[in-house]
Design a protein around this ligand. Structure first.
Ligand SMILES: Cc1cc2nc3c(=O)[nH]c(=O)nc-3n(C[C@H](O)[C@H](O)[C@H](O)COP(=O)(O)OP(=O)(O)OC[C@H]3O[C@@H](n4cnc5c(N)ncnc54)[C@H](O)[C@@H]3O)c2cc1C
Length: 318
């Protein structure tokens, strides 16, 4: 028996979210007294054995070329096969784009119960009960999984990263699969921190009054090495690209720091950001709903506050 954790990579680098997934999976393994193993698909430039510090004692590394780019179907096949081989009773992945795609598929293949979007360790004192957010983070659900194998996807930043002094045994494997999708080129948005991987997000709303004013947000983001994001009306008005739109109908982020500038804090926006560790709100209206969920707030005009904030941070860094 074991806990298997899907280690996600993109373009040869292991995604940060996987460090947390491994720590979480290792903690479950400890809880149920079984070892924790990782599954890494595709070739990476990172030191694989070093991932043992996140609590996995063994890593199955599948090196066939077909796994170098994410493909939900072939990834599912490999994860399910390795999980079966390793006698996994729990399969863990991050609740990111890849994890969301593979968790339900793996659960079907393994005839396993699945909880997507878990936010804490399962309660194994009487069964296997997993806590997750529901209703856009307005409530919790406690879901009992009764199947022999369980699949869980973990919301980023909800558990944390734990390290130990250890390295993992790496087992190189081949799992035959044929991709139905052929990736011929990868075009990345250049010069930016990817939004879903960002530690800090600087986000602007309609209070910025137009795309031409985004320079002050970009300066702040650059100073903080942050990603930029926006509210939906901003993307709808073409002030910013659609891939920056966060919220219920956009990207859901959970950075360590989310700075909301000129955003009112509508429920649909909050649904995409309320898992951020610390929220800072800058808004000229003291009654803006966003202040209710803010850890820190500045009531003021963004066009005055943001440049001063950027200068102050630059000063601190210097
Ligand atoms: C089905 C549905 C799905 C939706 N999905 C999403 C979603 O995914 N994401 C999303 O963001 N929205 C979504 N919306 C829209 C959402 O309801 C809000 O309309 C939207 O979030 C408001 O965007 P905003 O805060 O940028 O603009 P506004 O509500 O217009 O707020 C602008 C804010 O800027 C402040 N402000 C103005 N000038 C300044 C200044 N100079 N300095 C500082 N502050 C200033 C104002 O006080 C105000 O609080 C959805 C709506 C529906 C119906």
């Amino acid at each position: 028996m074991s806990v298997i954790i899907f280690i996600d990579q993109t373009e040869g680098h292991i995604k940060k979210a996987s460090f947390e997934a491994m720590s979480y999976g290792a903690a479950i393994a400890k809880q149920i007294n079984v070892p924790a193993y990782g599954v890494l698909l595709g070739n990476v430039n990172d030191d694989i054995a070093a991932l043992g510090k996140y609590g996995v004692s063994k890593i199955y590394h599948v090196t066939d070329e077909v796994y170098n780019h994410f493909d939900a179907q072939v990834y599912t096949k490999a994860i399910a096969e390795i999980a079966t081989e390793a006698g996994a009773t729990v399969v863990v992945c991050s609740h990111n784009q890849s994890g969301k795609a593979v968790a339900p598929r793996v659960s079907v293949k393994l005839k396993a119960g699945v909880v997507t979007g878990a936010i804490s360790l399962p309660d194994t004192s009487n069964g296997f009960v997993v806590k997750k957010n529901v209703f856009s983070g307005k409530a919790f659900a406690f879901v009992s999984i009764d199947t022999a194998v369980k699949v869980i996807s973990l919301i980023q930043n909800s558990y944390g990263v734990n390290t130990v002094e250890a390295s993992a045994e790496v087992i190189t494997k081949s799992v035959a699969a044929t991709a139905k999708i052929k990736v011929t080129a990868v075009n990345k948005v250049s010069g930016e921190v990817p939004l879903t991987e960002a530690d800090i997000v600087v986000s602007g709303g309609r209070g910025m009054k137009g795309g031409e004013h985004w320079g002050i947000l970009e300066d702040l983001a650059k100073t903080l090495h942050a990603a930029t994001a926006c509210s939906r009306p901003v993307a709808d008005s073409d002030w910013r690209p659609h891939h920056e739109h966060v919220g219920q109908t956009g990207i859901q982020v959970s950075p360590n720091l989310y700075i909301a500038i000129g955003i009112s804090g509508a429920i649909q926006h909050l649904a995409g950001v309320n898992r951020s560790k610390t929220i800072v709100v800058i808004n000229k209206d003291a009654e803006a709903p966003f202040f209710k969920v803010a850890d820190y707030g500045i009531v003021g005009d963004a066009f005055e506050v943001v440049p001063k904030l950027t200068e102050a941070i630059k000063g601190l860094k210097a």
